[in-house]
Design a protein. Structure first.
Length: 416
């Protein structure tokens, strides 16, 4: 059957850029038989580049294609670009791929996880982001997260001597506003923060000592180093945190240097997670092949969609690594839903990050996933289970926003 005869021929595709609390880029694909699919293409702080990539370069290629040919479309867009990888390209391909899976599952009348092999568990263990400017504030935040149902907690705190630090909700973000939902600020230039790794390394073990003292040995605790350490500093931290039995230490060093993880691994048994800034399985070949990591942190949104993530997670399974799919608020509810379908279906599920979206975001994106007793579930609606309300989206026009830039105390630009 030629594409022109298939009822699932793509007749339109458009992007929706909206800013309900933060910016999101969504692709909607519609077929001749009236089925629509959504894909998330949000790349925090660089949203319009992906929007243009989709509108100017991919949408013209999609019109007339058979929406049911997901693998073929993925290869056509990936190999056809000639220019491989990169966050903009892979976010754009991810949006197309996710929208096509949404369509296929709607056509099948099934939630997407059924097409991925069906449920392997009752729900996906989620971790929430607890934080505080100091230890008492952090302990209160952990209590609040436990009361809200979380059964695993990421721990981030302020560092004595530093004004604002990544991941600390209540800290002023340079423009005086709190971080709560989103570190990207709507300012003309990026806000600048300051950093001192030695102060951080001195402080963090005390933080985990206080948390374990208060909450006991059971509670899974995670920490995000956000790419700020050298390999030997990360090795030292991993070792210092061993008594506190972390679920993982994330992004200890900048991710592009895969061999750096070898050095960390030689020194510590603290489990390691990395990959939120990666965009293909190729970024993991040394890490997985040499068993240097325990958790794969890629987002469906930034790694070429459901098709590529399934392959990546299957590759990880061969090397005993589990999933820890990236789920901050800059992954839209569409990207989050795609993650949850994978979480439910794959065998090597580890944990799912879950920050909860701003209420304005949830006015625009109508979700059917649930969070009960610490577990996320994608719901039983056909497809991804997320609908986009265009009228609500139009009420929140795009606003430029940047992630912060980090500097050492002497002014040197550092990883944020
Ligand atoms: C995480 C991440 C995020 C990133 C954000 C940048 O572990 O959730 O580190 O908080 O900072 O995705 O846009
Ligand atoms: Mg992170």
């Amino acid at each position: 059957m030629s594409p022109n005869e298939t009822p699932h021929r793509i007749i339109s595709a458009e992007t929706v850029v909206t800013s309900p609390g933060r910016n999101f880029v969504t692709l909607r694909i519609t077929t001749a038989d009236g089925v629509t699919g959504l894909g998330d293409a949000t790349l925090n702080g660089r949203e319009l580049a992906v929007d243009s990539y989709l509108r100017d370069h991919l949408v013209p290629l999609l019109i007339g294609r058979d929406a049911s040919r997901i693998e073929d479309t993925w290869q056509y867009l990936y190999r056809g670009a000639y220019w491989r990888r990169g966050p903009v390209t892979m976010a754009a391909i991810a949006a197309v791929d996710t929208a096509l899976w949404d369509i296929k599952a709607k056509v099948a009348g099934m939630p997407l996880y059924q097409l991925l092999g069906g449920a392997s568990r009752t729900g996906a263990l989620a971790y929430g982001h607890a934080s505080g400017r100091d230890i008492p504030e952090l302990l209160d935040s952990i209590r609040a997260h436990l009361a809200a149902g979380y059964r695993a907690i990421r721990v981030q705190t302020g560092i004595p001597g530093l004004d604002s630090v990544y991941g600390v909700a209540a800290s002023a973000a340079g423009d005086g506003e709190r971080y709560d939902y989103e570190p990207a600020r709507r300012t003309a230039l990026p806000v600048e923060e300051s950093w001192d790794t030695r102060a951080y390394l001195r402080h963090l073990p005390n933080v985990f000592e206080a948390v374990r003292h208060e909450f006991g040995p059971e509670l899974p605790l995670l920490h995000d180093g956000h790419h700020r350490m050298t390999p030997i500093q990360a090795a030292k931290l991993g070792k210092a945190l061993e008594p506190y039995d972390l679920f993982w230490l994330e992004d200890a060093t900048p991710g592009e240097d895969q061999a750096a993880l070898r050095l960390i691994r030689q020194h510590t048994t603290t489990p390691l997670a990395i990959g939120e800034v990666f965009n293909t399985a190729h970024d993991y070949t040394t890490l997985l092949g040499e068993r240097l990591i325990d958790y794969v942190r890629s987002a469906v949104t930034h790694t070429g969609g459901v098709t590529a993530m399934k392959k990546l997670l299957d590759l990880a399974a061969l090397y005993g690594a589990k999933s820890g799919i990236h789920g901050p608020t800059d992954i839209s509810p569409v990207g989050m839903a795609a993650a949850l379908h994978l979480d439910l279906a794959i065998h090597n599920f580890g944990i799912q990050e879950y920050m909860r979206h701003d209420p304005r975001t949830l006015e625009v994106f109508r979700t059917s996933y649930t969070f009960d007793d610490g577990l996320l579930h994608p719901g039983e609606n056909p497809g991804l289970g997320v609908e986009l309300d265009d009228e609500a989206a139009a009420r929140f026009p795009y606003e430029p926003a940047y992630l912060p830039v980090n500097r050492l105390l002497d002014g040197t630009v550092h990883d944020w």
